[in-house]
Design a protein around this ligand. Structure first.
Ligand SMILES: Cc1cc2nc3c(=O)[nH]c(=O)nc-3n(C[C@H](O)[C@H](O)[C@H](O)COP(=O)(O)OP(=O)(O)OC[C@H]3O[C@@H](n4cnc5c(N)ncnc54)[C@H](O)[C@@H]3O)c2cc1C
Length: 391
């Protein structure tokens, strides 16, 4: 028997996307129930970059100030050549950035963001949070929806938003597509700042780029922890095989990098690896009163650091459409899909393109470095479409 009364909008998945949309809908006066599969809400021990297109929405949700107490506001995003150790280019996050985008670029620990969202959801009387709910199916039934869980329990609601991630079960209602594996893998984690030897730029986001690899570093949790992500393309990748992207390959691939990257690599945790996976964009996210959000709708390679940002954008847009369309939630979900699918498809596809630029070798690498070096640090020409979004 479901503890909810059928008057809620159901959210499947309580990750960054699910909790953001729960909060966004509640702020618009809607009752919401979050159904999370895990026994408790949680995020992995790594960092996250939040660009102004998302910090703008977090401000509207009333959580940006609390987030600011845990985050780091980098001075610059710096691009370095991972082979030569030379600085290629940088984006200045100072006065020109602030006057252009108003809202900050920030970096933080994922669990700090989730904790802030969770605390805000718990403080909202309109939000019910349920864990250990493995939703296997959603159905449009009459003027509402039903979510059917693996244990046979059924939750009835007014509508359902599936924020259940890359392997979304609800997405199967809308598409028979499958996740697409890139032959790339990431090793990542945050370590105490004391373990990093001092060098210029510990307050920056630093992205080292090289042949079929990149290495990202930035501080999180008020500068107490340092987050690092080591990505590389595996030559041993075979579809269906698990034996690729190994620690031995990581070491061998990074042997070509400069001293700084090689030293930093020794601090990367090796006990877990994340294969890089996305999906092709789709135009249909909505069926009646069921729709998709976040990675369930548009999983992307992380190269532009935008997956969570796009989920947060989705949340703001969906709540706006629900507020605009009154009780017609199917119309609201349709309008949300139309407002979002090309925007997110552009980010998904650009992430691939940006990855190719980062991972270039030979003449491609020389051309990238020469082109990027000409950019002024406060030139935002290529970033406005992404960071300046105000939809
Ligand atoms: C290496 C790496 C670095 C990244 N860096 C950045 C970055 O810097 N900035 C950025 O914006 N993005 C980044 N991303 C992307 C970002 O992590 C994701 O896009 C984001 O977490 C997606 O959030 P989500 O809530 O849509 O999905 P998820 O985080 O996957 O959450 C899905 C939730 O649904 C739950 N769930 C799943 N199935 C069910 C079910 N059947 N029933 C109920 N609940 C279910 C899960 O337990 C989970 O809590 C990065 C990704 C990677 C891999």
């Amino acid at each position: 028997m479901s503890p909810i009364d059928g008057r809620s909008i159901l959210i499947v998945g309580g990750g960054i996307g699910g909790l953001s949309v729960a909060l966004a809908l509640a702020r618009r006066g809607r009752r919401v129930t979050v159904l999370e599969r895990a026994a408790q809400f949680g995020e992995i021990g790594a960092g996250l970059q939040i660009a102004p297109n998302a910090s703008r929405v977090l401000d509207r949700l009333g959580v940006l100030e609390a987030i600011g107490r845990h985050a780091v506001f980098p001075s610059r995003l710096v691009f370095m050549d991972a082979l030569s150790g030379e600085r290629i280019s940088a984006i200045d996050c100072g006065a020109a950035f602030t006057s252009r985008y108003v809202f900050p670029y920030l970096v933080m620990h994922r669990s700090d963001l989730l904790d802030v969202l969770l605390a805000a959801c718990r403080a909202e009387a309109r939000i019910t949070l349920l864990t250990a709910q493995d939703v296997r199916r959603a159905e449009n039934v009459g003027d509402g929806v039903e979510a059917v869980c693996a244990d046979g329990s059924v939750h009835r609601g007014l509508a359902l938003v599936a924020a259940d991630g890359l392997h979304s079960t609800i997405r199967r209602m809308l598409s028979d597509d499958a996740p697409v594996a890139a032959p790339y893998v990431a090793y990542r984690g945050a370590i105490p700042m004391e373990e990093m030897s001092a060098h210029a730029g510990l307050d920056n986001v630093v992205m080292w780029v090289g042949p079929q690899m990149h290495f990202v570093q930035y501080p999180v949790r008020r500068g107490e922890l340092y987050n690092q992500v080591a990505v590389f393309g595996s030559r041993r990748y075979r579809e269906g095989s698990e034996d690729w992207g190994t620690v031995e390959e990581l070491e061998a691939h990074y042997a070509q990098t400069c001293d700084h990257v090689r030293r930093a690599l020794t601090k990367i945790r090796r006990d877990r690896r994340w294969p890089m996976v996305d999906r092709q964009p789709i135009a249909t996210w909505t069926q009646g009163r069921v729709t998709l959000l976040g990675d369930a709708a548009h999983p992307m390679l992380q190269y532009l650091a935008q997956g969570a940002c796009q989920a947060i954008e989705d949340a703001g847009c969906l709540a706006d459409q629900v507020a605009a369309q009154g009780e017609d939630l199917a119309a609201a979900f349709q309008a949300y899909q139309e407002a979002r699918y090309l925007r997110t498809a552009r980010v998904q596809l650009t992430a691939h393109f940006f990855g190719e630029i980062c991972h270039a070798e030979g003449v491609g690498r020389t051309l990238r470095n020469a082109w990027a070096a000409q950019r002024a640090e406060a030139d935002f020409t290529y970033l406005d479409w992404l960071w300046g979004w105000q939809g």
